[in-house]
Design a protein around this ligand. Structure first.
Ligand SMILES: NC(=O)C1=CN([C@@H]2O[C@H](COP(=O)(O)OP(=O)(O)OC[C@H]3O[C@@H](n4cnc5c(N)ncnc54)[C@H](OP(=O)(O)O)[C@@H]3O)[C@@H](O)[C@H]2O)C=CC1
Ligand SMILES: Nc1nc(=O)c2c([nH]1)NC[C@@H]1CN(c3ccc(C(=O)N[C@@H](CCC(=O)O)C(=O)O)cc3)C=[N+]21
Length: 300
């Protein structure tokens, strides 16, 4: 194994430190405490992990943390009423509705009912449009975290060939926008892409956001390329004991690390950065809401 390991855990701790400094300054100089509300409908297991560490870290950086846990059969009207009350609550600067939502709820409608200024996920159509046109917006946390790691490792990304595997609204598409914004030549690959291995072999930067465990093998990776593994896949791990599981990414780590120049591990890569960027976005939203200058280095 030769690749440099990009340590998302260490980087995320650094970002949370910057956020904590900003929060401290807001409190000391303006007596303002940023508040983040998370709304969880039902008991999606993938979301559980996220909500747990998020609540803890929100409090650690000095913010107010609010959780709304609603029954899986909550009506759309009741969910919209909760969001409306959070939109109107001046102590709340960030609102996150955990996805996926139960099938009977219209995800687009729900997301677009969030005040765009409080949309710390950056999923509201208004923020998507602002990002797409290069205007100041709320930037989705996972792609923002990936961008921060890439900028930190490479400095400038200008002119690099980037391949994003996956075209979801929450990861693939905004990731491609951010890479384009940093002047990469961007290819977006998906399930209908022809000759995916050859497409990936051209890339200086590979971002894998597919949701298929260890799908990208090392022999698809150009020697020296930087590999960002967004995938979070939980597999059974009987070797660790009965009922135990392990997390793996969308990249086959061992073989990819043998050829890549740099790689993010799973766990300990993109995941912790996502949460750090959520806190960063909440601080940014709070500064903007109060007409204050926002901290450097925490936005795209
Ligand atoms: N670390 C973190 O903080 C986060 C991690 N994740 C993880 O990232 C991964 C992706 O998440 P998300 O974007 O929401 O997933 P989606 O399921 O919404 O999107 C997956 C994308 O991968 C594409 N795809 C599926 N199969 C293939 C294939 N065989 N070849 C090429 N492309 C394929 C799909 O193509 P098509 O559009 O054609 O169907 C789709 O665009 C998941 O593992 C998820 O758990 C997600 C969010 C945050
Ligand atoms: N509105 C919304 N926004 C999201 O950003 C969002 C969402 N819904 N729904 C679910 C996905 C998933 N997601 C993760 C974030 C961090 C880790 C994370 O910190 N993972 C740790 C591992 C945790 C463990 O050990 O299980 C790591 O990768 O090191 C995982 C997953 C955000 N998501």
């Amino acid at each position: 194994m030769s690749a440099h390991i990009i340590d998302g855990k260490v980087f995320a701790a650094k970002v949370r430190g910057l956020v904590a400094d900003g929060v401290g300054k807001l409190k000391a100089e303006h007596d303002i405490v940023p508040g983040l509300a998370v709304v969880l409908v039902g008991e999606d297991p993938a979301s559980q992990v996220y909500v747990r560490s998020k609540g803890k870290m929100t409090v650690e950086v000095g913010m107010k943390s609010v959780e709304h846990r609603l029954e899986a059969d909550t009506s759309e009207a009741d969910l919209l009423a909760v969001i409306k009350s959070l939109n109107e609550d001046p102590s709340i600067h960030g609102i996150l509705v955990q996805l996926p939502l139960p099938k009977h709820l219209n995800e687009d409608l729900v997301i677009n009912s969030i005040d765009p200024a409080k949309d710390v996920d950056g999923f509201h159509i208004s923020n998507v449009g602002l990002l797409g046109t290069g205007q100041k917006s709320m930037v989705p946390c996972t792609p923002l975290g990936c961008l921060m790691m890439l900028r930190d490792y490479h400095g400038s990304l200008s002119g690099m060939d980037a391949v994003v595997i996956g075209r979801s609204n929450i990861v693939g598409k905004p990731m491609a926008q951010l890479l384009l914004g940093d002047s990469c030549t961007v290819t977006i690959a998906h399930s209908r892409t022809k000759d995916l291995p050859d497409v990936v072999r051209r890339a200086d930067i590979v971002v894998a956001a597919v949701g298929r465990p260890e799908m990208v093998p090392g022999d698809w990776i150009k020697p020296g390329a930087t590999v960002i593994d967004v995938g979070i896949n939980r597999l059974d791990a009987p070797e660790k004991g009965e009922g135990k599981t392990r997390l793996v990414g969308d990249v086959h780590y061992e073989s990819a690390a043998a050829v890549a120049g740099a790689i993010t591990p799973v766990p300990g890569g993109v995941g912790p950065m996502t949460i750090a960027c959520l806190l960063a976005n909440t601080l940014t939203a709070c500064c903007r809401a109060n007409g204050l200058s926002e901290p450097e280095g925490l936005t795209a």
